[in-house]
Design a protein around this ligand. Structure first.
Ligand code: BTN
Length: 267
C-alpha cells in the first residue's frame, strides 16, 4: 500500500520520505507521539491499515477495521506558543474537506469542531494532540490524527453507528482508491501547514463556509454541567463556537459535546 500512496505524491514533496505505513498499529496518534519523543521531524506521517486502539475525542475509542478506512496522523513542530494553535483542528478539518473533494469529487460539511459529515452522517473524525516543552512552554509537537471511512458499506459499521456513519464509497456510489485519497490528505495537510500561522483568516473563512453547525439549533453538553440549548451563530478567530442562549447571552464555546438539532439523534 505504501508504494501506491507514494505513487500519488509528487517526487519533490518535502514529506515524501517521512511517511511510515503499518499494517496494524495500536493508534497512529500514539505511534507518532512515540516517534516525536524520539526526535521525528516536522512532516512525519504515520498511516495504518488497521488500528487496535484507535482513539477519538473525549477518551472515546475509534473503531478502525482493516481494509476499510484511512487512519493517518501527521506531526507538526511549529515551535510557537500553544495559544497560536487554537485553530489547528479547524484548519485540519478544512484541509480534509479539500482532500475529500480532490479524491472523491464531493465536498463534505464540518460539524463543529472536528467531524466531517455528508448527508447528515459522519464521514470522518479528527483528533489533535499537543505536546508542550516544559522549559520553553512552546509547542514541542502537534499531532493531527484523522480517521476517514472510505470503503465501508452500511453492514461494515458496528450496528450501534449504522444510522449515523457513512463512507466515501457510500457517498459517491463508487469504489474510492484509498491510496490516492491518503495521498490527497497528505498534500492538503502540507498546504494547510504552509499557512497555518500566517493565513489564519483564510483558514477560518473557509472553515466557516464548510461548517454546517453555524445557524443551527444545538444542545451543548459540558462536563459537570446540565445540558444547555441555544443557537450556534458563528465560529470565532480561535475556532470557538459562538452560541446564543435563549436569554440573549452569547458564549464562545471551545469544548464539550455539541449536538445539532435533527442530526445524530438530537431531535
Ligand atoms: C473523533 O471522531 O472523535 C476523532 C477520531 C479520530 C480518529 C483518528 S484515526 C487516526 C488517528 N489515530 C487515532 O487513534 N485517532 C485518530
Amino acid at each position: 500500500m505504501i508504494q501506491h500512496i507514494l505513487s500519488h505524491i509528487p517526487q519533490n514533496h518535502p514529506w515524501k520520505d517521512r511517511i511510515h505505513w503499518f499494517p496494524t498499529i495500536d493508534s497512529t496518534n500514539l505511534e507518532l507521539k512515540r516517534m516525536a519523543q524520539q526526535g521525528a521531524p516536522h512532516g512525519s506521517v504515520v498511516i495504518a491499515d488497521r488500528q487496535t486502539a484507535g482513539r477519538g475525542r473525549m477518551g472515546r475509542s475509534f473503531l478502525s477495521p482493516g481494509g476499510m478506512g484511512i487512519y493517518m496522523s501527521v506531526l507538526l513542530r511549529p515551535g510557537c506558543p500553544p495559544q497560536q494553535l487554537m485553530h489547528l483542528t479547524c484548519a485540519a478539518a478544512a484541509a480534509m474537506c479539500d482532500a475529500v473533494e480532490e479524491a472523491a469529487g464531493i465536498r463534505p460539511g464540518i460539524k463543529w469542531t472536528n467531524d466531517l459529515v455528508y448527508n447528515q452522517k459522519k464521514l470522518a473524525g479528527i483528533l489533535t494532540e499537543l505536546g508542550i516543552d516544559p522549559k520553553s512552554s512552546l509547542v514541542d509537537y502537534a499531532i493531527v490524527g484523522i480517521g476517514i471511512n472510505c470503503c465501508q458499506n452500511v453492514k461494515d459499521f458496528d450496528p450501534s453507528i449504522q444510522d449515523f456513519a457513512v463512507s466515501l464509497s457510500m457517498c459517491t456510489g463508487k469504489t474510492v482508491d484509498r491510496s490516492a485519497a491518503a495521498a490527497s490528505m497528505i498534500c492538503t495537510l502540507k498546504k494547510m501547514d504552509r499557512i497555518l500561522l500566517t493565513g489564519k483568516k483564510q483558514i477560518l473563512d473557509q472553515y466557516r463556509q464548510d461548517c454546517i453547525t453555524i445557524g443551527r439549533d444545538i444542545s451543548l453538553l459540558r462536563p459537570g454541567c446540565p445540558v444547555q440549548y441555544g443557537r450556534a451563530v458563528d465560529v470565532d478567530d480561535n475556532g470557538s463556537l459562538l452560541v446564543q442562549f435563549a436569554d440573549g447571552s452569547q458564549e464562545a464555546v471551545n469544548s464539550g459535546e455539541v449536538s445539532i438539532r435533527g442530526m445524530y439523534g438530537y431531535i
